[in-house]
Design a protein around this ligand. Structure first.
Ligand code: SAH
Length: 351
């Protein structure tokens, strides 16, 4: 039964033109595609039952032909400090993913996962400890936002693809997800309010630049020399900092979008004055912004968060060097903030 389900096409991952083709192939009028699309992507219907203007016969046909992806809410934790909510969802095949909802002054933001697990192996990250299980479908990425919207009853205005997984390692599905999420017939979230974070898979970043989307590209830098970066991130063995900087500058040329560099500060590893100086030299002249994140310690590794004073000193140094920099406000500290922690804890407790 399960494998039959798997073989079915996924109706929520079709763009509207694709869905029209599907309907025509089934001998249906193409306006039915618009109706179905509206139910799925605008009214966020949880099942065909809600689609009151779709004839029974077509609903039955769709059920037979397609899978209708929804997520099952397993757990939600709300931070008492700042109202941040962390969601644990089960996918149709039982795999688990995490999403985070944050309320900011400029609107609500959701951080989503792009894969079940991850194969990038970054040393400080909890998501990668058990490797990659599988890619998420476009619908499974969308549903994280839809499910959170239904649960909170509030509109989401910003989406960051910064949860578990490497989005550039699930490139085709990521692109489809962005098209669907920003589509005017769906939730219509402006591409300018979508951020995709990557550990730096250079050829994919170049391809993405050539698509001329208006999304923000965030690069997880975390070090200012190749040697140090290789210690923290295995991907640094494949691409040098020089190549990364070049592709970031290409992304800006092609899209006009300023690059964000993420830099997680680890005590005694990448937070010294010299690290800051080298970072300035590396990125100066690039239209960019640096986001400093005091590393979130995970119990499987012995990395320690930089002290507050070291973070401030690092920030000041960058500012003096003419770099735009902010320190990421820590949200949901009391609810397993770091990527992959909630899912891991859940899996461990069920062993
Ligand atoms: N794979 C993508 C997106 C997911 S991780 C990427 O590498 O960018 C989102 C961000 O959180 C990345 O910058 C990642 O390096 C960082 N991160 C992961 N674990 C962390 C931790 N324990 N503390 C601080 N930042 C962490």
């Amino acid at each position: 039964m399960e494998s039959l389900l798997e073989n079915k096409k996924d109706i929520k991952s079709f763009t509207l033109p694709q869905l029209k083709e599907e309907m025509e192939a089934l001998g249906e009028k193409s306006f039915r595609a618009s109706q179905l699309y509206e139910w799925m992507h605008r009214k966020l219907a949880e099942s065909y039952e809600e689609m009151t203007n779709i004839p029974r016969k077509l609903v039955d046909l769709c059920r037979e032909q397609y899978r209708y992806t929804t997520l099952h809410l397993v757990q939600v934790q709300e931070s008492r400090i700042d109202g941040t909510r962390k969601y644990l969802f089960a996918l149709p095949d039982g795999n688990l993913v995490e999403s985070v909802w944050m309320r900011y002054q400029h609107g609500n933001s959701v951080c989503i996962s792009s894969q079940v697990g991850c194969r990038m192996g970054c040393r400080f990250c909890a998501s990668t400890l058990d490797g990659l299980e599988r890619n998420l479908l476009p619908s499974e990425m969308l549903e994280q936002i839809y499910a959170v919207t239904r649960h909170t009853g509030e509109r989401v205005s910003n989406v960051v693809v910064m949860g578990t997984g490497e989005p550039m390692d699930n490139y085709e599905n990521l692109l489809r997800f962005i098209i669907l999420l920003s589509d005017e017939n769906g939730l219509h979230i402006s591409q300018r309010n979508i951020t995709v974070s990557t550990c730096g898979i250079v050829p994919r970043m170049r391809e993405l630049a050539d698509k001329h989307l208006q999304i923000t590209l965030a690069l997880s830098l975390h070090a200012s020399t190749d040697e140090k970066r290789r210690e923290l991130m295995p991907i640094a063995n494949s691409y040098s900092l020089q190549e990364l900087i070049e592709v970031c500058s290409y992304y800006f040329e092609q899209t006009g979008r300023r690059i964000t560099f993420e830099y997680s500060l680890v005590k005694g590893v990448n937070d010294t004055d010299e690290d800051a100086r080298k970072l300035i030299r590396l990125i100066k002249g690039l239209n960019c912004h640096v986001n400093l994140i005091p590393v979130n310690p995970i119990k499987e590794r012995d990395y320690v968060q930089s002290e507050r004073r070291a973070v401030e000193a690092f920030q000041n140094k960058l500012e003096q060097g003419g770099i735009n920099v902010t320190v990421r406000r820590e949200m949901g500290r009391d609810i397993d903030g770091a990527c992959g922690q909630l899912r891991r804890r859940h899996l461990e407790s069920n062993l």
